[in-house]
Design a protein around this ligand. Sequence first.
Ligand code: BGC
Length: 439
Amino acid sequence: MRKIYWRQFLLLSLILTILPSFFLIFTAICHTTQENTISHIYDQEKVFFDSPQTSSIQLFTVPPRYLVVPYQEFVIRTSITCRTFKLDNPAKDSTKFHPKYSKYLRGPFPYVLPYTNITYNDIENFYTNILVNKKRDTPIIQTSFANNITFENIPYIFQQGMWHPLGITSIQRTAILVPLQNREYNAKTFLFNMHAFARRQQLTYTIILIEQASPLGHRFNKGRLYNTAINYLEKQSLNITCLVLHDADLIPEDDGNFYTCETKYPKHTTSRVRELNNKRGYIRYYEFLIGGVLLLTFDMYKTLNGFSNLYWGWGGEDDDLALRLIQQRMCIVRPIYELAIYTGLPHPRGPRNNARFGLLTWSTLRFHTDGYAQIESLTRIIDIHQTLTVTYLKLDVNPDKTLNKQSSMGNISSLLNTINVHMTSTIKTIIRTKTIKES
Ligand code: BGC
């Protein structure tokens, strides 16, 4: 009995010492392999130009400069706000007028919720009436479709596709771009208020609604809508200098939230949002968020290769753009919290894009092959309609009916599968845990 007991004891101690050692050695090997894979990816530019033959990743034909900004940096930089950058401080120069000096600024923006049966024609009539009556002391304001009208009659003129403040030249020529699908009432409320908002800032501006045609089964693809509309704009002779990418359900609450592009970096103005009729107060989203309202120049947009074209359904395309920003060593400028506030209009939520975390994982790989430069072959403008208050573009975002076209990165994906799970879950953590409620 005793013999057997000692044998068992020896065997057990052997197992207890050997197994953890094996485990440790095994983990160390795995870790090193993974580190190697990752550093190959991060140093990929170097690998390609210095010693292509020695690189294991070379087998998988990753084109040069794809992963220069790596996921690692994204993980470390959970903040994308520029740390040292200050918003432009414009001189008071009437040849290049900045909204900061507008005499019409009133602080809080008294937006109006129109009756639900408001039509685009009503909005057109409203602003045309103001225009026609601009010389009268008290403008005739039609109130049959909206109560509590508090908008002033600010002297404006419509010329060659843009609204101009009379007597001054705005610092920028601004296009406010609003993608939508089945959001009619939001779009009208937005349009009705945004003209008043832009005029109080004395912008030279135009508003473009970009509607996705909705055949059955087509999920919303905001990236394609923006890419197509911006591509369209670039071909017009409007000489736009500032793009405002704007969700249809967001109404700015303060006149001091200037809709001007900054010279160096994109500007994200949706720092806090409170839902209409919801007593929860403002929600402050995660720092990494650049969705909602983003202002940037054509050049900045091109540097980022615009949006990815691969995000179908709600969510992710804006986070993908944020990754592109990091990839391009850009950061985001934000107005102070007191001003960067919005009301969120209610709307039904479309289906979520469950593939978004996977797509985000490989976002930097697709940078050159998936974006603004590729948009022309992917979508078709099926209707263009212009009135005084809006340019309306209707798009078929998937004319060849092949949803979720994959890029040619399949083989790379298999190589990188080992780190996929880890990356995806970290991205989820960053995106999900950083929503902070405020009162
Ligand atoms: C989505 C973004 C969205 C954000 C705020 C994230 O989880 O990926 O697309 O803008 O939530 O709602």
